[in-house]
Design a protein around this ligand. Structure first.
Ligand code: NAD
Ligand code: AKB
Length: 317
């Protein structure tokens, strides 16, 4: 029987991933783990453990002792936060991965999910419809760590048969928890201001196009990839995945259809350079061909759902 550990479970992806995995496989089969002492209310329908991804011995003891079969490793520093603390970002983003890859190599874990990002691409990558295989010269510490992680995942698969699966997520948009320090966070923050009836001060330029995805699509893609028969998972570095691409101006216009008084101003900061180094859109034909990926949410559908559901009280926690 499956016993799943989601390490880094209290963040933007983990919160929704844990709940969806529990619906699918049973509450007791999915353990949420993060740095917090106490389980947050929204994950209280199943087991929670305080676990530091950097504490190799504790992670090993827990996974071996509890006979965990699958690990989703989400603990990381995202692009904007990582630029402020590059040494720690490199350490966090790499060491936890080796701990989990080694456990799988030793036969303690059957399957791993490790997320990569569009940040693996860089300023010399073709920006439009970025192919799966192309020039990759990331210019952020976050992107360098994700690219290195991809190489190690593929290496552990080829050399040791480790069943590791990965997606290069675009910017993810959701309302159940707040984003954790990325360059694409503006596309979530904007909804809180729109709903509060306040002006939004955007940290990217109005014409800065980036690949994005509604969280429901991202969670479904993650579980579809993890449940796909092994032979269909032909890429063991990480899959390009796409759904929507838009600029801040296009997003603001879609919000104005729902809230005509919505107002936005643009004051680009250090995150603009990060966005400029990333693709504007992604070619994900390999994911579509290998495991039948297809998105369900477009810009307008996503905007309507976000405006209906963003909860301003989340900002107070
Ligand atoms: P997040 O920052 O919202 O959540 C990360 C979680 O990890 C937090 O709850 C944090 O407390 C926890 N964590 C940090 N250090 C830890 C440690 N040492 N031990 C245990 N837990 C620790 O991030 P997210 O948006 O949920 O992203 C999860 C993963 O997906 C990351 O690897 C990120 O790079 C990747 N990703 C996210 C996006 C996105 O748009 N959200 C896009 C591309 C890739
Ligand atoms: C970030 O902006 O850092 C993340 C990502 C695209 O990896 N959302």
């Amino acid at each position: 029987m499956k016993k799943i550990l989601v390490l880094g479970s209290c963040g933007q992806i983990g919160t929704e991933l844990v709940l969806t995995l529990r619906e699918k496989f049973g509450n007791q089969q999915v353990v949420a783990a993060d740095l917090r002492d106490v389980c947050p209310d929204n994950l209280a329908n199943g087991p929670y453990i305080k676990l530091d991804a950097l504490d190799r011995e504790s992670v090993r003891t827990y996974i071996i002792g509890e006979q965990i079969t699958e690990v989703y490793l989400l603990a990381a520093l995202l692009s904007a936060t990582a630029e402020k603390n590059p040494d720690f970002a490199w350490r966090l983003n790499m060491e936890g991965l080796f701990t989990i890859l080694d456990l799988a190599k030793e036969g303690h874990i059957q399957k791993i999910f490790w997320p990569s990002s569009i940040a693996v691409f860089g300023p010399t990558t073709p920006r439009v419809n970025t192919p799966q295989y192309t020039v990759m010269e990331p210019s952020t510490v976050y992107g360098i760590s994700k690219q290195a992680g991809e190489r190690w995942c593929e290496y552990y698969f080829n050399k040791f048969g480790v069943d590791v699966r990965s997606i290069r997520y675009p910017g993810l948009i959701s309302y159940k928890s707040l984003p954790g320090g990325g360059t694409t966070d503006y596309a979530v923050d904007i909804f809180y201001k729109a709903k509060a009836g306040e002006q939004f001060n955007c940290f990217l330029k109005e014409d800065s196009a980036l690949p994005m995805m509604f969280m429901d699509d991202a969670i479904r893609a993650t579980i579809e990839l993890m449940e796909a028969p092994k032979e269909q998972v032909k890429i063991r570095s990480s899959y390009n995945l796409s759904a929507i691409s838009f600029t801040p101006k296009q997003l603001a216009e879609a919000i104005k259809v729902e809230i005509p008084s919505f107002d936005i101003v643009y004051n680009p900061d250090f995150r603009q350079a990060i966005a400029d180094s990333w693709p504007a859109s992604i070619d994900d034909s390999e994911a579509r061909a290998n495991w039948n990926w297809k998105e369900r949410y477009d810009l307008n559908k996503m905007v309507k759902i976000m405006l209906e559901n963003v909860d301003l009280s989340l900002l107070k926690n």
